[in-house]
Design a binder for this molecule. Structure first.
Ligand SMILES: *Cc1c(COP(=O)(O)O)cnc(C)c1O
Length: 410
């Protein structure tokens, strides 16, 4: 059987040992060394000239390589890079592929910190238009002469809007635009972004990929589908060799080498071990989330539940078509007169905490926390009510979760 035909988890758990590790190790060892030495100096020269190998840990280590290899298989990609955090991966992608005078079309339903980055890009002279990415016509209408890139999330936080992923892929292909998808909330297990002609997949590894909440990380995967030969922003020095690697090479040189947002080998090991169980965890988390969404939807004190698995969700059919399951993030509004903080304080299994994709169920009041800085008007534009609660559903036993919410809402 060809490796590419194997199942998601089979590929991941056998990924490291297929790298022919020393002593038959089945896990890639942690190489803490920052410099890499050579008996013949030609070896060092070769690495500097672009041959495979390691010279200095800001660009790569064998442990980082092993994780990148694993992520690339998960994402069905051509090449992957890992970063110190999801934000490092995202911001590096923008800063290395866009320049002043370019235009970026971006979903208006965004992770709060990515939303904040848009203001930074604008201050550097990169023009940004925020649009309703569930609507392909809004994306098309935003196109300008200088548009280079479209950036969307799969399922958006906290209202769970789903971008018109397939239609945007067709549009970007026709227009020659770089199509970047933040796949964090779905992960490559729920959603194979290469099916919708994505150019680059960015993922926060801190969430479902690691799962255990003990490591920060991010990744960028090039699908191999974008033609970098036609992309004006690739510097002359990187226009050589396999053109499918031009984009990711520029992100590596300008981003990892020059900007330095690299992951350490210690952390790569933690992410790698966590990633082995992603499919198992996500199946359980998604099943728990659906059960909780259905429970909350029929509860008399709950006014509205936002979850793609409910038939009441505006993009339910899109989610059903594109994703293996419906994700494990859900939000809800209480009936007027009930205080969401009071209810959150009564939860005993669920933890009042930010973060998502953890093995434990976490909940928070959205408006005064993760979407506090952006202000009321921006929240309203994103469909975020002032009393909304967001839950990141974990792997606990379903009955315990439902019982916890039942007693808190009683
Ligand atoms: C958490 C998150 C990020 C940022 O990732 P970090 O690893 O926390 O830097 C980016 N996008 C989405 C959708 C996220 O949920």
């Amino acid at each position: 059987m060809k490796m590419s035909e194997q199942g998601f988890t089979t590929k991941i758990v056998h990924s490291d040992r297929r790298l022919n590790l020393e002593y038959g190790a089945v896990h890639a060892p942690i190489y803490n060394s920052v410099p890499y030495g050579f008996n013949d100096v030609q070896g060092l020269i070769d690495v500097f000239q672009g041959q495979p190998g390691h010279a200095y840990a800001r660009q790569s280590t064998p442990t980082i390589d092993a994780l990148q290899h694993k992520i690339c298989q998960m994402d069905n990609g051509y090449a992957s890079l890992v970063f110190a955090s999801g934000m490092a991966a995202i911001v590096t992608t923008f800063l290395t592929l866009l320049k002043a005078g370019d235009h970026l079309i971006c979903s208006q339903f965004l992770f709060g910190n990515t939303n904040s980055v848009m203001g930074t890009l604008q201050s550097y002279g990169i023009d940004v238009t925020l649009v309703d990415a569930t609507d392909i016509d809004a994306i098309k209408a935003a196109k300008q002469e200088n548009t280079q890139m479209v950036f969307v999330e799969t399922i958006a936080n906290p209202v769970t809007q789903i971008s018109a992923l397939q239609e945007i892929g067709e549009f970007c292909e026709n227009e020659g635009l770089v199509y970047v998808i933040d796949n964090t909330l779905t992960s490559s297990y729920l959603f194979d972004a290469t099916k919708v002609k994505v150019s680059l997949i960015v993922t926060s590894l801190s969430k479902y990929v690691a799962g255990h909440g003990n490591a920060l990380g991010g990744s960028v995967t090039d699908s191999g589908l974008f033609d970098w030969k036609n992309y004006a922003n690739i510097f002359a020095g990187y226009r050589k060799g396999d053109s499918k690697m031009w984009g990711i090479n520029q992100i590596k040189k300008k981003g990892l080498r020059d900007m330095g947002g690299c992951m350490s080998s210690q952390i790569a090991h933690l992410v790698s071990v966590g990633s082995e169980t992603m499919e198992l965890r996500m199946q359980r988390q998604c099943d728990n989330a659906l059960a909780l969404a259905e429970f909350l939807e029929q509860h008399p004190k709950v006014a509205k539940v936002y979850y793609p698995g409910l038939t009441s969700h505006p993009q339910h059919l899109t989610a059903k078509k594109l994703f293996k399951k419906f994700g494990a993030i859900l939000s809800f509004d209480l009936v007027e007169g009930y205080d969401c903080c009071e209810i959150l304080n009564k939860l005993t299994v669920v933890i009042n905490a930010t973060h998502l994709g953890d093995n434990r169920t976490l909940a928070l009041p959205v408006a005064p926390t993760i979407y506090g800085e952006m202000g009321l008007e921006a929240r309203q534009k994103m469909g975020i009510s002032e009393t909304m609660v967001r839950c990141s559903v974990g792997i606990e036993n379903e009955a315990d979760l439902l019982a916890d919410f039942a007693q808190a809402l009683a």
